[in-house]
Design a protein around this ligand. Structure first.
Ligand SMILES: [Zn+2]
Length: 385
């Protein structure tokens, strides 16, 4: 409860800063005493500081609260099929630098190369910064006890000790999570307040496959020790295309980026060079290309078909969709809404709010809260409180 309160206040201050204590009382509806207890704890732990506002026309100068951006930095790494991205962020979640490297060759050699590059970047650019931890996003199944990627069909990785390899080189704590779960975490830091404070949030990440991350009471729902915990392999069409998992007509085999491209290329074989990615397809659709538009709508329908069951079963307050397909949000939003429609999902009562992701690369940005969230659970803060 305490963690949740502090996280919520941190998010609130980050969002509204500079903000006064009176401002926080108004925002939260809590009693001034309660607000002061949490704020004092945050100040004592060094997360937040107070500063006097600029001189105004007489009267007492108001005191404002601000997040201490220098408190701790984080490195977030997103390992992708073709490219991997790493960023360095301050405690405000502001991205200070961003780099892209090709994901190539043998997994262990690639990770050794990547960690050497990051180590040298940190040493030359942030020699005095306090880097708290590293958050890593990987598509695939991972063992959370030791941060090993057990199996990633997209990366073609088998039993790769990602955490062990990175910690050895970087000498920092490393947290590894599945890409859709990391994407879900991005909304907790980068989403608007009403989203980040939602009791339940379902994130649907549409990339080469489909992954989902579920946030409950401000924390990720993690299923088994090994697993993605996602809904991508929910069978939706017994006559559908074969899926990488060995079954037929899974949600991911119907509505992922790979599925969308495959459908378009089968339908328009002469345009396979023109359309190499969903991003290309979306650009065409938004420029009025009728075929491209039709294919985007078809994918939207198939995404919506999978969402309907989840909206019923999980009853999340918010459903967030991430991935290149959401660049066509004006085209797919009405289709998703139509597909989700059901007599049991009543607007304002049980119908989830539907949104597109708040950041463009959620599985990169989510690595920041993945790395930094442990700071709120340290003994130091407990002692300070
Ligand atoms: Zn499947």
């Amino acid at each position: 409860m305490r963690d949740t309160n502090e996280t919520h206040f941190l998010h609130l201050i980050r969002d509204r800063q500079p903000v006064s204590r009176t401002g926080l009382v108004k925002e939260t509806g809590l009693r001034p005493g309660t607000v002061s207890v949490v704020v004092n704890r945050l100040i004592k732990a060094g997360f937040v500081y107070e500063a006097e506002a600029a001189p105004s026309s007489g009267g007492r100068r108001p005191i404002y609260l601000q997040v201490n951006a220098e408190k701790a930095y984080a490195v977030a790494i997103s390992i992708g099929v073709h490219h991997s991205i790493y960023i360095v962020s301050d405690f405000n979640g502001r991205v200070l630098s961003q780099h892209t490297v090709r994901t190539e060759g043998d997994a262990e050699r690639f990770l050794a190369h990547l960690s050497k590059e990051i180590a040298s970047h940190l040493k030359s650019h942030y020699p005095k910064a306090r880097i708290w931890a590293i958050g890593v996003s990987v598509p695939g199944l991972l063992d959370r006890t030791d941060g090993t990627v057990v199996f990633s069909p997209n990366l073609r990785w088998d039993n790769v000790p990602v955490r062990g390899l990175l910690e050895k080189e970087l000498k920092l704590p490393v947290f590894v999570e599945n890409d859709a779960n990391v994407a879900a975490l991005s909304e907790l830091w980068y989403g608007p307040l009403e989203v980040s404070s939602a009791h339940s949030l379902l994130f649907v990440l549409i990339v080469e496959g489909i992954g989902t991350g579920f946030i409950l009471n401000g924390d990720l729902h993690i299923g088994t020790r090994v697993g993605s915990g996602g809904f991508g392999h929910t069978p939706l069409d017994p006559k559908g295309p074969p899926c990488s998992c060995g079954n037929i007509g899974c949600w991911e085999a119907l509505a992922s980026d790979d599925a969308t491209l495959k459908r378009f290329h089968q339908d328009q074989p002469s345009r396979s060079l023109e359309v190499r990615s969903v991003h290309d397809l979306v650009s065409l659709a938004l420029n009025g290309d009728k075929d491209a538009r039709q294919h985007i709508v078809t994918t939207g329908t198939l995404i919506g078909r999978g969402l309907r069951g989840l909206a019923h079963g999980l009853a999340p307050e918010v459903i967030v969709i991430g991935g290149a397909i959401t660049e066509a949000w004006p085209l797919i939003e009405p289709v998703l809404k139509k597909e989700i429609k059901s007599g049991y999902l009543i607007e304002g009562v049980s119908l989830p709010q539907l949104r597109r992701a708040s950041v463009e690369s959620p599985s990169v940005f989510g690595g920041v809260p993945l790395a930094l969230r442990t700071i709120l659970r340290t003994k130091k803060l407990r002692k300070a409180s």
